[in-house]
Design a protein around this ligand. Structure first.
Ligand SMILES: [Zn+2]
Length: 633
């Protein structure tokens, strides 16, 4: 496209950037005042100028002053017709059914980014007279009509209304951006614009060439500027002329996808020889690690011009290797860089996945499944790839696959805690299902740990779930807990609680305690094993087990099913925080939940200097002694 065509296009497009409508006060809230300065009569405060966003207060004042409607700025609406795959990204073959959708999707996204309101119009009807009607309808309803056709479709009678120069359809004037200057079917743009003076066109027709590389070229050099022009971002032709360096003809003409791509071996050789490796994935993907030696430069920033090219490439002689997740975006980036004078820009075929597979993945790299699965937490500050790796490397022992263990293990599995060990010796009973959500009706009679394991692996097959069908006792407690990063106490007997507490102290493992009864629950983190004297243990809270009457279990007292759900999730939250080193763990505090009053309270729990578990005089006489002591109550 010649520079003069671009200038004309800008002049035409710029007329679209503001539009005004009068809107009743009722609907004007939040909109931007346009065109006018509205001064409300004396006694009322509001004096509003163009560009002011209307608030409820303004509207009230305007109403009091007798205004019924106000002029507001309107975002131009755009109807988008696509007549082919002219806007597909280069090198991406699309199935016949997909191609219209793909073009539209791309163009719509670009227009939306530009602040316009695009609406995808159905593909033009095949019959010319109906096509004409469709275009005329669109021209009535929208500020702008964009129709995209491929160069080889220009002879298509459907396009005749757009291509006609005799203005038989003056209701839809048009501007043409000929992909091939001098094409006989393209009326001279300047002549067309001059004939209409300052009046804006109602439609723009982009004629794009059919071969993918040239499309990429044309799109990257004119598409963004066209949108800028419609927004009024770029107004001066001179700037555009300076900014646009029209690619030398034929740069892409002879090149297809093959010429834009290198396989990993070839790319690796060029990399070793000093080529610049650019990772064009977006920032949240970069957070997961950029390949060694690569520069992170998101495609979105390259396309918008927000990011400058590395100095090494400015000479135009260096080799650029572009890398994305799978090799599609990097293909676009390669085509784009070539338009910016980097003649040797190549996409690495297969993307980062192939690059890592062939060159040896970096230790601890997350696979594609993990990137996808944990996407929402990978974006979190404090988690990211490093945190996710910590979770995947973690081992959490969940004692009890019941009311507390169910929700806790479910969410820990979902979050990607790499190894979960479930310890329980019960079988699923129907009366469990009211709260033990890991188990299903079909699992009644099945060992809880087996039922839980199946359910957890169905949620996240990449984990290791150890199903330990056992009851925590003095002989096995240390063996069960050894190697754990965190222990979740979902047990339902005092003997188990005191044993877990003692073993966690001995082994130096944080214990996430939870308990429920009827409508109340409590949660705490006991970390006396690692922080003796600074963090309390369970026995700082309950030095001795209560007698059976004072502490009935769920079977006797009953429990509202959601209560263990609430408490189990709080336990899972604490476990994740402990593994990630995030936030403030519930150490030295007990959180209590009262579902009836729906109150959460946090009680301070100081270390008890005389605690029989962790106090100065505490003596550990072995697990059997604890068991005996509990049994005697
Ligand atoms: Zn203690």
């Amino acid at each position: 496209m010649a520079a003069s065509d671009i200038v004309d296009l800008l002049r035409l497009g710029a007329a679209h950037r503001t539009d005004t409508e009068r809107v009743p006060l009722l609907r004007a809230r939040g909109r931007v005042l346009a065109d006018a300065v509205v001064t409300v009569r004396s006694g009322l405060r509001a004096e509003l100028r163009s560009g002011h966003r209307l608030t409820a207060t303004d509207l009230g004042a305007l109403a009091e002053a007798g205004h019924a409607e106000v002029p507001v700025a309107r975002r131009p609406t755009v109807a988008v017709f696509t007549g082919g795959d002219g806007l597909r990204p280069p090198g991406v073959p699309l199935a016949p059914g997909e191609r219209f959708d793909a073009c539209r999707a791309l163009l719509m996204a670009l227009l939306q980014e530009a602040g316009l309101e695009p609406v995808a119009w159905p593909i033009l009807p095949a019959a010319p007279d109906r096509a004409e009607g469709a275009l005329a309808d669109a021209a009535q309803a929208f500020d702008l009509v964009i129709a995209c056709v491929e160069a080889d479709e220009r002879g298509d009678p459907r396009w005749a209304p757009l291509l006609a120069t005799d203005s038989a359809h003056d209701a839809i004037p048009m501007a043409l951006t000929p992909a091939s200057p001098g094409s006989p079917s393209a009326p001279p743009l300047r002549a067309w614009a001059a004939a209409r003076g300052a009046r804006a066109p109602r439609s723009l027709c982009l004629l794009l060439p059919e071969d993918a590389a040239t499309v990429a070229n044309a799109w990257s050099s004119t598409g963004a500027r066209l949108i800028d022009a419609m927004q009024g971002v770029v107004e001066r032709g001179e700037e555009v002329r300076a900014a646009s360096r029209p690619p030398s003809p034929g740069v892409f003409a002879a090149e297809g996808r093959d010429a834009l791509e290198l396989d990993v071996a070839e790319a690796g050789a060029r990399f070793a020889a000093g080529a610049t490796l650019i990772d064009v994935r977006e920032p949240h993907e970069h957070a997961l690690g950029v390949p060694d030696g690569a520069i992170a430069l998101p495609l979105s920033q390259l396309e918008s011009g927000a990011a400058a090219l590395p100095a090494a490439l400015a000479s135009g002689k260096a080799v650029a290797l572009l890398l994305c997740a799978s090799g599609q975006r990097s293909l676009r980036a390669a085509a784009l860089l070539r338009t910016r004078g980097v003649a040797a820009a190549f996409s690495v075929r297969g993307g980062a996945a192939a690059w890592q597979a062939e060159r040896g993945s970096s230790p601890g790299a997350l696979g594609a499944d993990a990137l996808d699965r944990y996407d929402r937490q990978l974006r979190l500050a404090g988690v990211g790839a490093e945190g996710q790796r910590r979770l995947l490397d973690a081992r959490v022992v969940v004692v009890g696959a019941g009311g507390l263990g169910s929700p806790a293990a479910f969410y820990l599995a979902a979050a990607g805690v790499g190894t979960l060990a479930l310890v329980d010796d019960d079988r699923v009973e129907r009366s469990n299902l009211q709260r033990q959500i890991l188990h299903t009706d079909r699992a009644v009679g099945v060992p809880k740990v087996a039922s839980a394991r199946e359910r957890l692996l169905a949620l996240n097959p990449s984990l290791r779930v150890d199903a330990v069908e056992a009851r925590v006792g003095p002989d096995n407690v240390e063996g069960l807990l050894r190697g754990a990063d965190v222990v979740i106490d979902g047990s339902d007997t005092f003997a188990a609680r005191y044993l877990l507490d003692a073993a966690c102290r001995e082994l130096g493992i944080p214990l996430v305690y939870g308990a429920v009864e009827r409508f109340t629950g409590q949660v705490a983190v006991f970390d006396a094993g690692r922080r003796r004297g600074a963090a309390p243990c369970y026995r700082c809270l309950f030095p001795e087990p209560p007698d059976a009457e004072a502490a009935p279990n769920c079977a006797e007292a009953g429990v509202l099913g959601v209560l263990p759900g609430l408490v189990g999730l709080l336990q899972a939250t604490e476990a994740l925080k402990l593994i990630l080193g995030l936030g403030e763990p519930l150490v030295g505090r007990v959180l209590t939940v009262d579902a009836l009053s729906m109150r959460f309270r946090t009680l301070e729990l100081p270390v008890d200097a005389r605690c029989p578990g962790c106090g100065a005089d505490a003596r550990f006489d072995g697990y059997a002694a604890i068991d005996t002591f509990c049994a005697s109550r």
